[in-house]
Write a protein that binds this ligand. Structure first.
Ligand code: AMP
Ligand code: MG
Length: 476
């Protein structure tokens, strides 16, 4: 195997769409690329083999300085509603290297994030800082190992160049692996062109690529809508299950594949509070933990709007059909959410009172600043610290026990390890002083998040400083 052919098998179907959808261009080379992280396990899944490649060449490949001759990279056009406002966007700092087909015929976008200016960069520099790229790597891999559909991270390369943010920061490029990068925002971009043929083309492309079972449906746009909405209901139910706050559920960050994508100002909740948010720019709590289902429904309404012309020639009728669909969101969400919470509590059947049981536990946790993950862990292990020696909790616990919880079921729903904010920060800080050990250990711990592991007890605890002011930043 020559050093530049590590097993790539590109077939760039996105470029068969209208020219408006993408701009072909190469990443802007960087000065001094160095490989920081390379995901061997994911590489194997993709059928890549870099065993004969030097570290220097690996860095050249995953910085985009060296592009395989079998592909023509591109940046994608899209739009989106950001914090409720419509904007024309596009890959301003990302370039798809190509669509890689694995041996088992799965198709993945291989994308460089932080790879330089594109026609969609607006006022941005096209670059990314090392901290946020390592953060996306940690969180996306954690989400994957928690068994939630997500984009993944194959590599992080430092560029040897600084980027200007609030201060000068070391630059980096992340290699992201995704089922595709088509978003609700891609549909909004097409709808804004008012070009029915293009819309029809995109719908059929999505069905072919992500939902082949819908081929031959009478109203493909409606079936596509249903599928995407259901995938996003599932995704939010997962977020609620693990206490995850995405932080920027803008329509440009809502993937048609249903994968969780774009890890910027995201974080895991420690003490239970539906109002929890971490993004420094989300002043209103639009993307707070407890508002994620509402926002997902709002995003699906924006998706539906783009599909109107493909639902019925009569616009009023099309709108009515789509409104009826969107109205099913809440009911489906509540059913799935209830099933998920029953899973977390390990209770079977559908006792009418379960809703109350769940509500009461959540309220108790909220009032007592109990850690979300660790409360369910305590229930699974039947080991309670002093926080739970509390009258109200004891009353609740008696009713819960009477439901004969199934611990094996609970273990499938409740993670033991999540990326605790202070552990993430600690590992990023160390990485900035060239100490990658804490990062490697954290990634290792997060590979098996449902299993107890006494060796890593320090990864179980919330931040000892209980940092309510923890903020993460996006777009850096
Ligand atoms: P995000 O908040 O990461 O979803 O990004 C929103 C939009 O801003 C996308 O169009 C990005 O490509 C663009 N963007 C973010 N950071 C930069 C940057 N440094 N340079 C150019 N475009 C950027
Ligand atoms: Mg984005």
């Amino acid at each position: 195997m020559s050093s530049s052919n590590i097993g790539w098998n590109f077939d760039n179907s996105y470029l068969t769409l209208s020219k408006m959808m993408a701009s072909k261009l190469s990443p802007v080379p960087v000065k001094d690329p160095k490989i920081i992280l390379y995901n061997q396990q994911l590489a194997r899944e993709l059928g890549l083999d870099v065993s004969s490649v030097s570290k220097e060449n690996l860095a050249l490949m995953f910085s985009g300085n060296m592009i395989p001759s079998t592909t023509t990279p591109w940046a994608e056009a899209y739009a989106g509603h950001q914090f409720g406002h419509f904007v024309m966007l596009g890959d301003g700092r990302a370039i798809v290297l190509g669509e890689h087909i694995t041996l088992d015929k799965k198709r993945f976008d291989i994308q460089f994030k932080g790879s330089g200016i594109t026609p969609y960069s607006r006022n941005g520099d096209g670059r990314a800082a090392l901290g946020p790229m390592l953060r996306e790597y940690i969180i996306s891999e954690a989400i994957h190992h928690l068994h939630i559909p997500t984009t993944r991270s194959l590599a992080v390369v430092s560029t040897g160049q600084n980027v200007m943010r609030e201060t000068l920061l070391p630059g980096a490029i992340l290699t992201r692996v995704a089922a595709s990068h088509i978003r609700v925002g891609t549909f909004e971009f097409v709808a804004a062109q008012k070009n029915i043929n293009l819309l029809q083309e995109l719908i059929m492309y999505c069905i072919h690529r992500h939902y082949p079972e819908l081929k031959g449906e009478k109203i493909p746009a409606l079936q596509l809508f249903r599928k995407v909405m259901n995938r996003h209901i599932d995704l939010i139910v997962h977020y609620m299950r693990i206490g995850f706050i995405h932080g920027v559920l803008n329509t440009d960050n809502v993937a048609i594949s249903g994968e969780s994508i774009d890890y910027g100002p995201c974080a895991f909740m420690d003490s239970y509070d539906p109002k929890t948010k971490f993004s420094s720019i989300d002043h209103q709590g639009r993307y707070a933990y407890g508002n994620q289902a509402n926002i997902a429904k709002w995003n699906m309404a924006r998706f539906a709007e783009t599909l109107i012309p493909m639902i019925d020639v009569n616009t009023d009728k099309a709108v009515e059909i789509l409104e009826t669909e969107i109205e099913t969101f809440s009911k489906i969400y509540h059913q799935k959410s209830l099933a998920m919470m029953r899973g977390k509590l390990g209770i079977e059947g559908d006792n009418e009172e379960d809703n109350l049981l769940i509500e009461e536990l959540l309220l108790w946790m909220n009032n007592n600043q109990a850690d979300y993950t660790n409360t369910f862990r305590a229930l699974m292990n039947k080991k309670f610290n002093t926080q739970y020696q509390n009258k109200e909790f004891e009353v609740w616990y008696k009713i819960f026990e009477a439901r004969k919880p199934n611990v094996l079921k609970m273990r499938q729903f409740n993670p033991v390890f999540i990326p605790r904010n202070h552990k993430v920060e600690e590992s990023l800080e160390a990485a900035h002083t060239n100490n990658l050990e804490p990062l490697q250990t954290l990634l290792k711990v997060l590979e098996d998040p449902y299993k107890e592991d006494e060796q890593h007890a320090s990864y179980l605890e919330p931040d000892p400083k209980k940092d309510k002011t923890y903020k993460t930043f996006c777009g850096t």
